[in-house]
Write a protein that binds this ligand. Structure first.
Ligand SMILES: Cc1cc2nc3c(=O)[nH]c(=O)nc-3n(C[C@H](O)[C@H](O)[C@H](O)COP(=O)(O)OP(=O)(O)OC[C@H]3O[C@@H](n4cnc5c(N)ncnc54)[C@H](O)[C@@H]3O)c2cc1C
Length: 409
């Protein structure tokens, strides 16, 4: 490593900002450059589909740090600046204006971008995606007027949170989902049905088992959505939430291994010298699962951002946190830990009907994932159960009088 060259972080999201913070917290006193292509201070995305979209929190609340922090910490934050190429042999990046920036180590924390829906009419005005604060500004302006016919394409996390916000502002909402239940791939049919019920109870017209074929417009603006089961669902506004793809272009063009994300070790290090990756873009070897895992969640960006900074400083790092996710929709708050497999069985403690319960996914009598819905302070023992891989009797898991701590101990 050329020690006098800066440590350069590409990507001003949560992972990048936390890495910069950790480099300084660990006493690194050489230059740190943070390249952020959005014209924004680094910010967290969860509020974009929750508090900010609902109008209950200001935009600035999502910022990781205020502007003064970067100056105080001597972090050279360059907003609106994109890294366009990486030269691994020459240890340099090319920036959007064509200039070169040499590095001692580089972190690729480039995140992910919404998957586009390749159907006729996808370019019409009023067909929106939600990833950035700018997207959220535009969406909020439209939703908060209320009284619109909003069609949400995709009953995944983003789609469902947008549907909840749209209902909150008094819009008519139709959700279109090809699978039989919302969140089918992550939660399976039984728990997906909980979210179906939640949204229907809140006035959403949830259409499952049907795929979008076309958006139709009038005067250049979307006016209806055609699915394989519906000839024309009226729409003033469409929000597409059909997943994300990792931003791997710069890495791939540089010859860094990419396979559903930038492939890195448990220390978040790529196979080429002094190149690291963290957050949504990283497919990291996970010792708990014995394979590479790419996690598209807030806690992963936060914790990997911290871990990768230590790895860049040469400290021994093995990132093995249990994947964790949270969501808030209407009056339902939930946390999900672990990774359930398609054949896992689900058992519950508490009341599913009242939406106050914990669901456990089991394979071979071992807990692979747990989801607490409107039940709090149980993430620690749930994650411990997942980590230990101990076989646990179903009767104990489902018995609310058996403390989870005891099962996990
Ligand atoms: C609306 C929304 C709601 C969410 N809600 C939740 C939630 O409730 N719970 C949860 O766990 N997770 C949630 N997530 C997911 C979570 O926000 C992400 O996992 C997290 O943002 C990932 O952080 P990151 O730093 O890896 O990437 P990002 O946040 O994507 O940041 C990467 C940044 O790098 C920039 N960039 C890319 N390429 C370059 C380049 N070449 N040069 C310079 N900059 C570049 C990108 O423009 C972006 O600004 C949500 C996501 C969204 C969009």
């Amino acid at each position: 490593m050329t020690t006098q060259e800066p440590f350069v972080i590409v990507g001003g999201g949560l992972a990048g900002a936390r890495a910069a913070e950790t480099l300084r917290a660990e006493g690194f006193d050489r230059p740190v450059v943070l390249l952020a292509d959005e014209p924004e201070l680094p910010y967290e995305r969860p509020p974009l589909s929750k508090d900010y979209l609902l109008g209950t929190a200001p935009r600035e609340k999502a910022q990781v740090h205020d502007a003064g922090w970067y100056a105080e910490q001597d972090v050279d934050l360059r907003t609106g600046v994109r890294a366009t190429a990486l030269d691994v042999a020459g240890r340099s990046l090319t920036l959007g204006d064509g200039s070169e920036l040499r590095y001692g180590a580089v972190l690729l924390a480039t995140g992910a971008s919404p998957r586009r829906l390749p159907v006729l009419g996808a370019d019409l005005d009023g067909v929106r995606y939600l990833r950035t604060a700018a997207d959220a500004d535009e969406l909020k302006a439209e939703l908060s007027e209320g009284g619109r016919r909003v069609v949400v394409v995709g009953a995944g996390w983003i789609g469902l949170e947008v549907a909840a916000a749209a209902r909150h502002h008094g819009n008519d909402v139709v959700v279109v989902e090809p699978q039989p239940t919302p969140l089918h791939a992550v939660l399976g049919p039984q728990m997906g049905a909980v979210f179906a019920g939640l949204h229907r109870d809140n006035g959403v017209d949830l259409l499952t088992g049907t795929s979008v074929r076309e958006f139709r417009g009038s005067g250049g603006r979307v006016s209806s959505v055609v699915t394989d089961g519906h000839a024309g669902i009226p729409a003033d506004l469409v929000v597409v939430g059909v997943g994300v793809v990792p931003n791997t272009q710069v890495a791939a063009a540089a010859g860094v291994e990419v396979d559903n994300g930038i492939v890195v070790s448990e220390g978040l290090r790529a196979a080429v010298p002094d190149v690291f990756a963290a957050g949504d873009v990283a497919s990291a070897f996970h010792p708990l699962y014995g394979r590479h895992v790419r996690v598209e969640h807030w806690a992963n960006a936060l914790n990997q951002g911290q871990a990768v900074a230590r790895s860049m400083l040469g400290q021994p790092v093995s990132y093995e946190r249990v994947p964790y996710f949270f969501t808030d929709q209407y009056d339902l708050g939930m946390e999900y830990s672990g990774l359930a497999g398609p054949g896992d069985t689900v058992v519950c403690r508490g009341s599913v009907d009242e939406r106050a319960f914990i669901a456990f996914w089991l394979a071979d009598g071992r807990v692979t994932a747990g989801m607490n819905v409107n039940v709090w302070d149980v993430t620690g023992p749930i994650q411990e159960l997942i980590r230990t891989r101990r076989q646990v009797p179903v009767a104990s898991l489902t018995d609310p009088d058996t403390p989870l701590e005891r099962l996990a101990a």
